[in-house]
Design a protein around this ligand. Structure first.
Ligand SMILES: [Zn+2]
Length: 131
């Protein structure tokens, strides 16, 4: 962004990233058990019920209705500040933040999948868009 690292580290207390995912239509979403592959992707060891989009008149046959914000919040504490000042990679900052309990976009979206609010496809779309 062309901003000096010391400036960010001193002035910013947190950074929020947000993505919008499509919300499943409550009228027609279809429940099913997770596959082995999906269990791996979701980091679960027991099969759970998740939902697929189907489509009905209420959602113009898209299977989705509305959007849902998923987010991650990075709090810039002394340790994170130090890393920013050292100009380390984003990955290193992320690693430390997650070890301190930061919930990532993946984590919050994964919850939305397991709660039946969105699909595993939507989760995959936010995970792979950055790569
Ligand atoms: Zn529908």
């Amino acid at each position: 962004m062309g901003i000096e690292p010391y400036f960010v580290a001193d002035a910013v207390v947190g950074i929020i990233a947000q993505r919008l995912v499509r919300k499943l239509c409550k009228n027609c979403k279809v429940s099913r058990k997770t596959t082995e592959h999906e269990m791996k992707f979701l980091g679960i060891t027991r099969a759970r019920n998740i939902h697929d989009a189907k489509g009905c008149p209420a959602c113009n046959n898209t299977g989705y209705k509305g959007r849902l914000g998923v987010h991650e919040i990075l709090f810039i504490d002394e340790d994170i500040k130090e890393l920013i000042q050292k100009r380390v990679s984003t990955e290193e900052i992320r690693k430390l933040a997650e070890s301190k309990g930061m919930l990532s976009l993946y984590d919050t979206c994964r919850e939305a999948v397991l709660n039946g609010n969105t699909t595993i496809r939507e989760l995959a779309s936010i995970i792979y868009e950055d790569e």
